[in-house]
Design a protein around this ligand. Sequence first.
Ligand SMILES: Cc1cc2nc3c(=O)[nH]c(=O)nc-3n(C[C@H](O)[C@H](O)[C@H](O)COP(=O)(O)OP(=O)(O)OC[C@H]3O[C@@H](n4cnc5c(N)ncnc54)[C@H](O)[C@@H]3O)c2cc1C
Length: 388
Amino acid sequence: MNTLSPNYPLTELNEDEVLFRDTVRQFAEKDIAPLVRRMDEEQRFDAGIIRRLFELGLMGIEIPEKYNGSAGTFFDAILAVESLSAVDPSIAVLVDVQNTLVVNALLHWATDAQKDRYLPQLATDLTGAYALSEAGSGSDAFALQTRAEKRGEDYVLTGRKLWITNSKEAGLFIVFATVNPALGYRGITAFLVEKGAPGFAIGRKEDKLGIRASSTCELIFDGCLVPATQVLGEIGKGYKIAIETLNEGRIGIGAQMVGLAEGAWAHAAKYAKERKQFGKALVEFQAMQFQLAEMATEIEAARLMVYNAARLKEAGLPFRKEAAMCKYFASQVAERVASLAVEVLGGVGFVRDYPVEKLYRDAKIGKIYEGTSFMQLSVIARLMLDLR
Ligand SMILES: Cc1cc2nc3c(=O)[nH]c(=O)nc-3n(C[C@H](O)[C@H](O)[C@H](O)COP(=O)(O)OP(=O)(O)OC[C@H]3O[C@@H](n4cnc5c(N)ncnc54)[C@H](O)[C@@H]3O)c2cc1C
């Protein structure tokens, strides 16, 4: 919980938060930045960087100390995602999924035995993935078809998941399957499935427009035996786990998009100060100043929305509307700012030698995953218009 007075300005961070954010920023600029282009081209993370993320405590931010975690806050996780994303939105989503979806779900729903087994590993060397989407169920996530049939004390999972972030790196997967399709969403149950479980295989890796270093794969369950002790939460309550974790996860994606926009803006501003045309630095032209000022204003608005949603969540206040709004808005801002940043750099903005073309490609995903922009609008409308 934030120790600042209740009336502090929203962007004012306490001492611990400033220290944490600056540490992540320095790490991102010094250690990640030199690897970004190669990781994007090779479509995989540098293994050493993932190790460093664990060493710095960034993969278990909210995990309590007794499980070797960083004992930080949800807001810290948001700051980490924002700061990493300014340098590489791919690294940011690895950290985001780990903290705001996987660890979050375990902290809220796991049994003591599950926490004892997985939280210390998630804090030190185990990457997690969150598997809800399927080929036939994206926005309509609860139409999922993956079956979990009871066999004695165990469950047998059969089906396929699509688009699963972190699948190449992950050792633990939260998998949503239905124990009885006739029950509709009330049959959906979450399972903890370990990499290497018999009958579980990682399928095709997607060749993506952006966040190319982040792995996105199909998961194949072909009679995968999962002990009943691996059920996360209650049978038939998987829909609740999905809804609640995704409500929080959206704030993380908002932070990813704010960070991306900040990174693009910084590159554009630096270039506009250095590049001379007509005998002057670009930044001396009012048209350029106004573009940069407008971008900065939009970023500030998006950041305020993300921080507000995160602070509301941390304070235990309702935040669903604010979470949907901040993801919706921040993903628009990221796309606009990254696009303008490409234009500010002119020709070199369009080539790979400079980072803005990558940020422009990376921005698009903000409008798609963890609920498309239309789905965010639908959540906002339902909440504001008292619709069911
Ligand atoms: C890179 C990447 C990583 C991902 N990571 C994960 C992950 O880790 N785990 C996971 O479970 N999933 C993941 N996803 C899946 C992602 O959440 C889905 O792609 C997303 O929810 C959209 O689903 P869909 O692709 O099936 O699109 P669809 O649901 O088919 O939507 C297509 C279009 O129709 C619109 N639409 C749909 N329904 C309506 C409606 N009722 N009214 C108006 N418009 C509508 C949508 O807004 C969209 O524009 C990832 C996806 C990508 C691309």
